[in-house]
Design a protein around this ligand. Structure first.
Ligand SMILES: [Mn+2]
Length: 344
């Protein structure tokens, strides 16, 4: 490629080069490879881990390759290879090489961290801007659409099977909010387009894993919206779901995911915040921004991180009070940026 054509194309070339020079030699040496993702795996995490699983088993059929992830939403079961994923973190998986995917830091591996600590060799493949690197070989591209897009560029497009393409397509589609977020580049679309040429059924993947909700998820969404409050003169919207609320609805952690995205779509809102209780007294904070607010900076104050437009943290304080604090942080950022919409 013309070196002047920098931007995303060259970013992906860097990913490829780093994998070929530093990652692949480790993969070639290892007899057993363990693939780990982050806690509470989302579409990108599951897609990237399984996509990588298909790539590695295709390249090295003689090796033992194992994916270990926490339980994830059942809609991802349409991906091939899902039955090969283990949720057993207490087993002693043999692995000279651990590959961490879509995890912004070692603590994001949850119970999987002990495998990283015990492994002889490790690789991190991630797209979180807050990731400072924690593996022997770090392949990190902050701002890239998804870990799945990065995995897609480890090898040439011809080497990607239909099974791998389906997983990676799902990951890219989910982490870009269906190719809408600003992280979506021409290269992202080209990669997704190449997957379509391989026969990926995009409509089915999008319908069944992105839009479809269970009855309980729809009820949880309705309840989350009903509880919502406007803050800071209407530029922030926020809601809270306690464990008691979840119990009443028959809902669990995986039923909370779509609430923040719908809150973000509130007209004139700059930031959306959703807090839900994960264990008694402990709340997960999800943040989304529409324009100027950098939510990763706010999340960092609450023991978390993420991206400019989407980030998360946690708190043990009163969730409604924290919501006020979060809204004040957003309003401060908006004032500093000179954006309209602040209270006075
Ligand atoms: Mn991701």
């Amino acid at each position: 490629m013309n070196p002047e054509m920098t931007g995303d194309g060259s970013k992906m070339q860097e990913v490829r080069k780093r994998w070929q020079e530093h990652g692949q030699p480790l993969a070639e040496k290892a007899q057993n490879v363990l693939i780990l993702g982050h806690v509470h795996p989302d579409g990108d995490c599951v897609g990237a881990c399984l996509g990588l699983y298909h790539l590695l088993t295709g390249l090295y059929p003689e090796k033992g390759v194992q994916v270990v992830l926490e339980a994830f939403p059942e809609e991802f079961a349409l991906l091939s290879g899902v039955d090969k994923v283990s949720h057993d973190f207490s087993a002693e998986w043999p692995a000279e090489l651990v590959i961490c995917v879509d995890a912004a830091g070692p603590e994001r591996l949850g119970d999987g961290k002990r495998f990283l600590d015990a492994a002889e060799h490790s690789i991190c493949i991630d797209h979180h801007a807050t990731n400072r690197g924690f593996a022997e070989v770090d392949i990190i591209k902050g701002g890239c659409s998804s870990a799945s897009e990065m995995v897609a560029h480890l090898v040439s497009m011809e080497e990607i099977s239909l099974a791998a393409a389906e997983c990676l397509y799902l990951g890219i589609a989910h982490d870009t909010g269906l190719f809408r977020f600003s992280s979506t580049t021409e290269e992202t679309m080209r990669t997704a387009g190449a997957f379509l040429s391989k026969g990926v059924n995009a409509a089915r993947i999008i319908d069944e894993t992105y839009f479809q909700k269970s009855f309980i998820q729809n009820k949880a969404l309705g309840y989350g919206l009903l509880q919502a409050r406007l803050l800071e003169g209407g530029c922030v919207v926020g809601s809270v779901m306690t464990l008691e609320d979840q119990k009443k609805l028959g809902a669990g952690r995986n039923d909370m995911d779509s609430i923040i995205d719908q809150l973000r779509l509130t007209r004139d809102v700059e930031m959306a915040a959703f807090l839900y209780e994960t264990e008694p007294g402990m709340f997960k904070i999800s943040l989304r921004s529409n324009h100027v607010v950098d939510v990763s900076r706010i999340a960092a104050e609450y023991g978390g991180g993420g991206h400019r437009m989407a980030a998360g943290g946690r708190t043990e304080k009163d969730p409604w009070q924290v919501l006020d604090e979060l809204a004040a942080c957003a309003a401060r950022q908006m004032r500093l940026s000179g954006a309209p919409g602040e209270t006075d």
